[in-house]
Design a protein around this ligand. Sequence first.
Ligand SMILES: CC(=O)SCCNC(=O)CCNC(=O)[C@H](O)C(C)(C)COP(=O)(O)OP(=O)(O)OC[C@H]1O[C@@H](n2cnc3c(N)ncnc32)[C@H](O)[C@@H]1OP(=O)(O)O
Length: 436
Amino acid sequence: MSDRQQVTNARGDRIAIVAGLRTPFAKQATAFHGVNALDMGKMVVNELLSRSEIDPKLIEQLVFGKVVQMTAAPNIAREIVLGTGMDVNTDAYSVTRACATSFQSTVNVAESIMTGNIEIGLAGGSDSSSVLPIGVSRKLAHALVDLNKARTFKDKFAIARRLGLKDLLPVPPAVAEYSTGLSMGQTAEQMAKTYHISRADQDALAHRSHTLATEAWNAGFLHDEVMTAHIPPYKQFIDRDNNIRENSVLESYAKLRPAFDRKHGTVTAANSTPLTDGASAIILMSESRAKALGYQPIGYIKSYAFTAIDVWQDMLMGPSYATPLALKRAGMELEDLTLIEMHEAFAAQTLANMQMFGSKKFAEEKLGRNRAIGDIDMSKFNVLGGSLAYGHPFAATGTRLITQVCRELKRRGGGTGLATACAAGGLGAAMILEVE
Ligand SMILES: CC(=O)SCCNC(=O)CCNC(=O)[C@H](O)C(C)(C)COP(=O)(O)OP(=O)(O)OC[C@H]1O[C@@H](n2cnc3c(N)ncnc32)[C@H](O)[C@@H]1OP(=O)(O)O
């Protein structure tokens, strides 16, 4: 098998991204409080269809995802089709791959185009950290099922007596790994310790992220890729990400207490992504269909890769595994890239990955390569800031990164860019995008 990946259909058409859009990202329980992931998904898809002036009937497939589940609407993709101006006959299904979910929805649509099953598709993701599937304790859930089956009052009473007051309390979902019980923040703490990432370096990266994101907004770079979202019942709107600290002051970062290891930790609210609400989406087409319809693609997919590692220790290392594979499949080296965009789940996780990009030992021991992936040139890295500033509505981050890389490459006159992310479950995603 060749190492190179042929991201084309049988006619040799590349996979074109013709448009990308997102809602502003809002911190938990702020602008999108009460608006669920489906409603944000519908908002962004409706606006994307309208801005790209595409006949919705031409969209043959919609693949969408969310990470925090909405039990009433498990197939968010199909609900988006039914709840927007799309054709009811549009095929739609949902995917989930933790924080890399909309990398996956993008790849699913791309692969449908590559096989020739479709010519045009829409991909994206949406998540709400404000509308949560609040559950019940395992004991209560068990008892409720038994109660339903119990025939006599005596049996019902006996079941009810099994429960204590604690068992009746609602249970919110945890941002934690199912199999280890470790929260993402605790994993970030592990990584800070393993890779000796100092608090000062974490804070400096977060400050850089807020500063660059502020500059990007002020320069007007994000206006075309972020819509104004009108919030039901339509008395309020949000037109800018609300987590970005426009007057970020480095000194104030040092004052915060660690959030996940109160005594010995270095990971704080300021150097972690906040819990966030938002949605994003892109339209993909075969190159020839895009040209026939008169679209000027914002970018093309050159290669992609997904990887997985164990979850007990330092599992947010996805970029260090997925990036070399995507580069190899594109026939490129790190230094060939014009831009490098890495999801900043936590500053500690980002800095650990950056360190391993430059490590020959890591390359030899973990990747089976005889040279490091490469040192990251900071003038190419997260040049408009990253998730630490924008926030991270889990399933929406992938298509945010993809759109942002393509549009920034365009502003720089073209080139190739990497978008990469770690994800729960020890997963990694990387995609190389090319822009003319
Ligand atoms: C693959 C992946 O992506 S894994 C990542 C998945 N995501 C996560 O796990 C989410 C991680 N984040 C979290 O859980 C939460 O954001 C936490 C626990 C870190 C912090 O939550 P909260 O305590 O609610 O944060 P909150 O926004 O209130 O900030 C706490 C304080 O820090 C301050 N602060 C936050 N950011 C900054 C900053 N950049 N500069 C200065 N101060 C700041 C706030 O003003 C606040 O101060 P106050 O208490 O005086 O009001």
